[in-house]
Design a protein around this ligand. Structure first.
Ligand code: AMP
Ligand code: MG
Length: 411
């Protein structure tokens, strides 16, 4: 297909995913691993629990001694957590035991302290009937040594981090967080702490894209804004190409100083496509630069400069790529929602319109939010989703189902 032909959103997404594969795994300390995907099976190096364990503070007993309430037993020793019993338990005997401590040989139940009464030194009465195995967790009930406790491909939540610690995997092999460089471009751009002069605007895209990168579970770095000259762009592009992903903002439309495609091509980036059949975001560009060493190629996204276009293109194209790099399964981010308010809309391209998505009586419900087009970033602050509207002159009526893209989730 000639590079100038316009792709549909889904064709563009497929091309991006076809050029993207999970980053090579590396050993990651547990304190940095939440949200990452495990790249190896995690095998337990021990039985858990490692011994027959008391689950309550109380007395370890032989259930056969206490088939009826009121049994009186001789207390032979006290075992706190971290210590081991020294005496086996014979008939008529009890061992004072704390939660988590190993059961003495001969014991098969634990009576909680609240159900007992100390009669005098070394004598205890059980005010309850005792059943075998009561309040006891047998060795290896949770896991056996050699057992796979977490399979490769698992995304690590706090409980999985705990299990890895439990089985001694302090630095599990995981797909790392992608490193993402962001390069804003434009002669008119000043930084957020500066006062714009005539014809100037503040760099809202840089911080916004950095925040989107962070939300997507990647490490972002915001590079200096490139000016609309070949030299300035080349300098920032060559810095950004060191990372796994380079995102540029602006300079990809048809303006006189939109030099990004040309500079990327001269920097060795193979342009896979430029322009997508969508609104906002049509000038979107994607390319790939081989890195020579063992690293996978750098993915390059040229996002349109208009802030809402950049935001939408990030969600539609960059975010799925970051998921693939992290080996996170593609999220179910497209939902069918019931429109709650009529929304007449005429458009010549598939349109992503800011919307508010809620859960109501009818499941997902959505309403378009007021919006003045691709430069209206303020309008996005009322939204947590995007209505996906087809081209044509349509009167979308309340009560109908419409596809909605969720954009507020964290990967
Ligand atoms: P461009 O794609 O470079 O023609 O930019 C399209 C529009 O987006 C212009 O109005 C730019 O001023 C604006 N724009 C470009 N970069 C940024 C940025 N970093 N922050 C806010 N607006 C921007
Ligand atoms: Mg520009």
């Amino acid at each position: 297909m000639p590079k100038s032909a316009m792709l549909s959103v889904s064709e563009a997404q497929s091309l991006i995913l076809a050029a993207t594969s999970p980053l090579p795994p590396c050993a990651i300390p547990l304190r940095e691993a939440v949200g990452l995907v495990l790249a190896e099976d995690a095998v337990s190096d021990l039985d858990a629990p490692p011994f027959d364990k008391a689950m309550m503070d109380g007395y370890a007993v032989r259930a056969s001694d206490a088939a009826e309430s009121g049994a009186e037993l001789t207390v032979i020793e006290e075992v706190t957590a971290g210590r081991t019993p020294t005496l086996p338990l014979g008939p008529g005997q009890a061992t004072r035991i704390m939660t988590g401590a190993p059961l003495p040989a001969g014991a098969d139940a634990v009576v909680m302290i609240e159900r007992t009464r100390l009669l005098g030194p070394g004598r205890v009465r059980l005010d309850t009937v005792v059943k075998p195995e009561q309040n006891v967790l047998r060795r290896a009930t949770e896991m056996r040594r050699g057992e796979v406790v977490l399979a490769a491909g698992t995304q690590l939540r706090p409980q999985e981090i705990g299990v890895l610690a439990l089985v001694g995997r302090a630095t599990p092999l995981c797909h790392p967080r992608p490193r993402v460089a962001i390069v804003p471009t434009g002669d008119e751009i000043v930084e957020p702490h500066e006062q714009p002069g005539p014809g100037q605007i503040r760099n809202s895209n840089g911080p916004m894209l950095l925040a989107q990168v962070q939300r997507a579970g990647a490490f972002g770095r915001l590079l200096a804004t490139a000016r609309d000259t070949e030299a300035s762009l080349r300098e920032q592009v060559s810095l950004g190409l060191q990372d796994d992903v380079l995102i540029l903002s602006g300079g990809v439309s048809a303006g006189k100083l939109d030099l990004v495609p040309e500079v990327l091509a001269r920097s060795g980036v193979r342009i896979e496509f430029h322009k997508v059949e969508m609104k906002p975001g049509k000038p979107m560009l994607f390319g790939v630069k081989e890195r020579g060493n063992a690293s996978p190629p750098t993915l390059v996204f040229g996002l349109p400069g208009n802030p809402v276009s950049g935001y939408v293109c990030f969600e539609l194209f960059v975010r799925p790529a970051l998921r693939r790099l992290r080996n996170v399964p593609p999220g179910p981010s497209l939902v069918q929602a019931t429109l709650t308010v009529d929304h007449p809309h005429r458009t010549d391209r598939p349109t992503y319109h800011p919307a508010r998505l809620t859960v109501g009586d009818r499941g997902w419900e959505a309403q378009a939010t007021p919006w003045f087009g691709s430069a209206d970033l303020r309008g996005l602050t009322a939204a947590n989703a995007l209505l996906v509207l087809p081209p044509g002159d349509h009167h979308h009526t309340a009560g109908t189902l419409v596809p909605v893209l969720r954009v507020e989730t964290e990967d």
